[in-house]
Design a protein around this ligand. Structure first.
Ligand SMILES: *[C@@H]1O[C@H](CO)[C@@H](O)[C@H](O)[C@H]1NC(C)=O
Length: 417
């Protein structure tokens, strides 16, 4: 994943570092196609445009965190199939995306396949978060994300996403719906941030019916991917260098990516292989290349270089702990020269962990290690496929059959308890 830092340097140079502010354009469509009908169109639509196109209701909610970040949540309050009386009370599910991604992760597979639509059709009130710094949440009360000299907007990692963004989301959802509990589904860093929240603020545990971790990233003890481990050892150099160069933001320019796809990534284009290389993942058998422009049109959606650096620290120091500043800042922030570990033993939410054999980012043994430490583990589920990988949880052809249907069943089970 750290390879992306270098890629983003290339891309950043190519576009002169321009990054537009997030803007929403609502579009309406006459027809409601059942499946993804137009790949290039879906690649360039934003989330509200995409959801509207497929005939689902969409709401846009803005919340402000305790440290001033203005974040966007997308809500699909009900589905388009079955009993869709908007006034029927329905259980809430909150979905949180992974590193460099956005709420689009749970929609790009399209109706009939994507987790977001599936849960809405199955009677859930679906809320989708966008972490600080991504395309939809690139605003702050006082800090400017586009400032090149003062990079303070970008000085955050997934510690702040868990500790500050998630409480703002969860509090807003429960206040709006007047319910007391919700499900949490997180992919990759979306799982990491859940662990951060519920270990740093254990009082939040009682607000969750279940935690469904889809390849949640936490421990990297068993990771043997040589690129990742060798780049992690450079974490202490790369992060300060990126900030010094005014590059605290990684891959934020979605307009550039969209332009690239529309103009240069059609099949047969000379840039086709370069377009493919923009994706982090190798291709698993579940990766549908026809859909690739859609995936690329929505990810990467931007992140802070410190999110990468923080994972780098976890790998380098072999501990799932808070961000390591210099010793004095650590002392001021944590009251100790070294950062404290996240206390997994405080996480009392009923937890369901889903992991995959061919995942090179969250090694199966590291997922099992997390399972062994979660105090209220309900199940640790290996996806029944030798080749299912990290990105198949959101992009895989068979994700619905291999994972989502099981997640739904386990959520319903958790509601009975
Ligand atoms: C790949 O995606 C295209 C476009 O959505 C779809 O028509 C096709 O059936 C998909 N292939 C598989 C194997 O699911």
């Amino acid at each position: 994943m750290l390879q992306l830092i270098f890629l983003s340097v290339l891309v950043g140079a190519a576009v002169g570092g321009q990054s537009p502010n997030a803007q929403f354009v609502q579009r309406t469509y006459g027809s409601n196609p059942k499946f993804s009908s137009d790949i290039l169109e879906d690649a360039t639509l934003d989330v509200p445009g995409l959801v509207t196109k497929y005939g689902y209701p969409i709401e846009i909610h803005e919340v402000t965190t305790s440290d001033g970040y203005k974040l966007t949540m997308h809500r699909i309050p009900y589905g388009r199939a079955g009993n869709n009386d908007p006034n029927t009370p329905r259980p809430i599910v909150f979905l949180m995306h992974g590193l460099l991604s956005s709420s689009a992760d749970f929609l790009v597979l399209g109706p009939g396949n994507a987790l977001g639509y599936h849960l809405a059709d199955e009677g859930y009130d679906v809320w989708l978060g966008n972490a600080r710094g991504n395309f939809y949440s690139r605003r702050h009360k006082t800090l400017n994300p586009d400032a090149r000299i003062n990079q303070n907007f970008w000085r955050f990692s997934w510690d702040e996403i868990g500790n500050r963004d998630l409480p703002a989301f969860i509090d807003h959802i429960l206040a709006t719906t007047k319910q007391s509990k919700l499900h949490y589904i997180g992919h990759s860093q979306g799982g990491t941030s859940f662990l951060v929240l519920t270990s740093l603020r254990p009082q939040y545990n009682e607000k969750f019916i279940s935690f469904q971790g889809l390849a949640p990233a936490s421990f990297f003890t068993n990771n043997d991917d040589s690129t990742i481990t060798s780049l992690a050892s450079m974490e202490g150099i790369l992060e300060p260098a990126a900030f010094a160069l005014g590059m605290g933001e990684v891959f934020g320019d979605r307009d550039f990516i969209s332009w690239l796809i529309e103009n240069h990534c059609s099949p047969g284009s000379i840039l086709e292989s370069f377009c493919g290389s923009l994706l982090v993942t190798g291709r698993s058998e579940y990766f549908n290349e026809t859909m690739e422009p859609i995936f690329m049109g929505h990810a990467p959606a931007g992140a802070s270089v410190r999110q990468f650096a923080h994972y780098g620290q976890v790998i380098r120091f072999g501990k799932f702990r808070r961000f390591n500043h210099n010793r004095l800042t650590n002392l001021a922030t944590y009251g100790s020269f070294t950062p404290p570990e996240y206390k997994i033993e405080r996480i009392t939410t009923p937890s369901y962990i889903h992991y995959a054999t061919a995942d090179t980012l969250v090694h199966p043994k590291d997922a099992q290690l997390l399972c062994s430490k979660l105090p209220n583990l309900k199940g640790c589920y290996l996806v029944q496929s030798e080749t299912f990988d990290h990105y198949d949880f959101i992009w895989g052809n068979r994700a619905k059959i291999r994972v989502y249907e099981k997640v739904l069943r386990l959520m319903r089970e958790a509601e009975q308890n």
